[in-house]
Design a protein. Structure first.
Length: 136
């Protein structure tokens, strides 16, 4: 797989103590990033939207963090959150290594950024990776 970007994934986590959503960021180096416009024909004309696909090779998985499914991620306590990452609808992915703690700052909005609308675990077979799709 040809890689062309680094990303920051912001995983949304509901803190049961504070009753607020918090964003946990994970930097991943060496992913395949593709983006473009998709057009749909509708009753009132053409509708255009940004569409993104990111493929994360298994060997690019962040060091020191284990991948878990979103159900398991939601059950983790504060210490477990720092050593795990996940993919789930509603997460935000920014192109590059971002420093913001919240993915919706003005600086983050100006970068290549999208909201995850679907993902698949393709860690079986020859080219093991996670495929993530989304849009703005």
């Amino acid at each position: 797989m040809i890689t062309n970007a680094d990303i920051t994934i912001y995983n949304k986590y509901y803190d049961r103590t504070t009753r607020k959503d918090i964003w946990l960021k994970t930097h991943i180096h060496g992913v395949s990033w593709y983006g473009g416009q998709k057009v749909t024909v509708a009753d009132k004309g053409l509708l255009s939207a940004d569409s993104y696909t990111v493929r994360i090779p298994l060997e690019s998985a962040p060091q020191g963090k284990s991948f878990v499914l979103s159900d398991e991620f939601a059950k983790l306590d504060e210490t477990g959150l720092n050593s795990h990452w996940t993919l789930q609808n509603g997460d935000v992915i920014c192109q590059g290594e971002r420093t913001e703690d919240i993915p919706l700052t003005k600086e983050a909005l100006s970068c290549g950024r999208f909201v995850v609308t679907g993902w698949s675990d393709n860690r079986r077979g020859g080219l093991q990776h996670w495929k993530v799709e989304g849009g703005k």
